[in-house]
Design a protein around this ligand. Sequence first.
Ligand SMILES: Nc1ncnc2c1ncn2[C@@H]1O[C@H](COP(=O)(O)OP(=O)(O)OP(=O)(O)O)[C@@H](O)[C@H]1O
Length: 720
Amino acid sequence: MARRPARPPKQPLRHAVAARMTADRCPSPPHRAHAQEHPRHRRSAGAGAGTGLGRAVRWVKAKPAERVPLPIGVGLYGAGGLAHLAELPALGIIPVTLGTALATYAVTVRRDETRATKAAAAIGAAGTWLAVSAELGPAFGPHAALTWAYCTLYATAYGIYRLDHGTRKAISWRRQKSEWHRLAARLGLGGSHLLSNEPTRLGERLLVDVTGTGRRASSIASSDLAERMAEHYGIPATRVKVSADKIAGRVRISVRHRDPWADPTPHPMLDADSEIVLPEVADAREPLIIGIDPETGRPLEIVVWDEDGAKHTLIVAVTGGGKSVLLNNKLERLTAADNVAVWGIDVSKAKEMRRWRKAFDLAACGPGDRVKALRMLEQACKAIDFRAANAGDEATFIPRPGHPLIEIVVDEMSALLGPNDNIGLATRQALAYITSKGRSEGVGVTLVGQRGTISQIGDTDIRTQINNIVLLKINRRTEMAHAAGDLGLELPDMTRYGEGHPGVALIATLDGTHSVGRTFFLKHLPDLDKLAADRRPSPLEPSLVAHLGEAYQRLKADTPAEGRNAQTRSAPSSLYQPEADAVPNTADPIATRMHAAAASREQTRRYLEALPDLPQPDAETAARLAEAAEIRRAQAAEQTEIPDDVRDRLLQLLAGDGTTVRQVETALEEMGVSRMGAWRFLDRLRLEGVAVLRGRGRGSRWHLTPEPTDQPDEREGNAA
Ligand SMILES: Nc1ncnc2c1ncn2[C@@H]1O[C@H](COP(=O)(O)OP(=O)(O)OP(=O)(O)O)[C@@H](O)[C@H]1O
């Protein structure tokens, strides 16, 4: 059996520690002082050790940017002397110099034109010196005047070289690298190398190669390195962020020397000197800018729509964490967009929401508007069904002017979704439908509250459909897990990140990306009034308006006076009669559950039926709305073409006693026409004067338009 080689004897601990300490103090580049102890430096330190030339080489290599030109200067002077001794012809040197300068310029100009010019100029100057000294001798003139001239000119050139931006950068980079080596030894990262160091607005961002440390980048990122660096710089631990780079063996370290949250950032629309400029007209298809990352100066953005459809967003923070300010920022952008119809709901105090409502398509503001909010959500469900049935070639709804994304914004979500009464139940059901089906039909939801728990959101079915999670100031890390699930454990700790400042927001998406920044300071009510003043709601597509019908028009017309009695439209509590629907206590648990479900459905139905209707608009408004609806209907009919087979079938149905809409829908469904399509075809026939609707409500029927009566002959003929 092969014997394993004997292990070398273990070093005494004292020697090992002494050797490590010497190595740890090692600055870069390597030096002889600890070459014996530091194996990685032994090779380089040994080269040329002891000889004068070796020492000179090491001296130059220690600070190459500063020292390389010095031996070049001496060498060039010597070369001038040799050229004179060898009696080289000056006229031969000049063309060689010119050729070399041109070749150098041509090779380097593509990479960096300034450097190419400087290199060509340096070669030209060196060639000129060689030519002059070959001709005259370097010590030509009284008191070796040519030598003095050379020294003066070279010293001047060296001074210019030291002032050059590139030289200063190289010197500073070398210093940073050697400083990093000293710091790394103190941080337990001996053997690591600085790859880059970029200044940021608040400090610096380092990229470090840690392969030489023998540790994995991920283990270094999750170690206490951030805290130790913060300790070194004397700053809060939250201002140092260490993360593994996407290339293995590298870590990224961001150090914010300045307090990022010291000053609020005014809203760009209210600040003429803002570094971020917001477009006057926003576009829902682009991320909406709601703040700024103070470290990079990059905008803090939130996505409301992408190619996969509308995004549902959950915004969570403790009281005073900055929810309203963030929401104001989002509403400002949504109402500035010409392809978004905002439906705002806040059934709590709704102080801020009331300021924006004139720019909303629909709004429910205040505790008395719970029923209205429910009706709005029901309309959203109808809109989803309608858009799904009339999508044409669009797999996913694409927002554009006159065909807008419907963004339902619910502030104080627990007030709307939390109550366990029948309105609460129906509201949660409607919202669960919207969040699960609305994405591809251009209906998005924003929910705002203090916690991301099911008791606040109301339903797991709603919670699981959220795509964007926005976290502001929170008290406990578990709150992040409530809002973001497992993802919450991987995100920056928002209990500490903002150092207690409100408005510091983390925006995370379910695919794992996140960004952090601070919202623009948009809080004061007069500022909201100023911004909302000229904003008008984006209109829905006319066909959808026609489909939603009178119920939508009434919601639109319902603009209650401020401070209306909160009780006027609240649910009559007497309707809830648990005894009436008592579930029989049977031994079969499935039967008991079925009974309970049926009783609950029945209660909800009775309750909703008994809810008072929204107030009727006044006569003038009603006439205006009816006229507008009629115009839109006529426009839709004008754009409708009836295929011949459908026209024949319709004429058959209309002949005789006429037909009901239901009969037309059923007949055309067999021909692949949607319900909405059936309505449009009937409207088209009416526009053409072929069909007419008689009667109202359920008893209404469509008939062929009677022939004109002022043709007595024909009538008589017919009668005959
Ligand atoms: N981006 C910000 N920059 C500076 N200060 C901010 C910012 N956001 C919020 N604040 C400060 O925090 C305070 C509370 O903000 P906000 O009203 O938005 O919190 P909230 O979470 O909505 O509170 P509540 O739950 O009580 O309604 C504001 O009055 C403002 O002074």
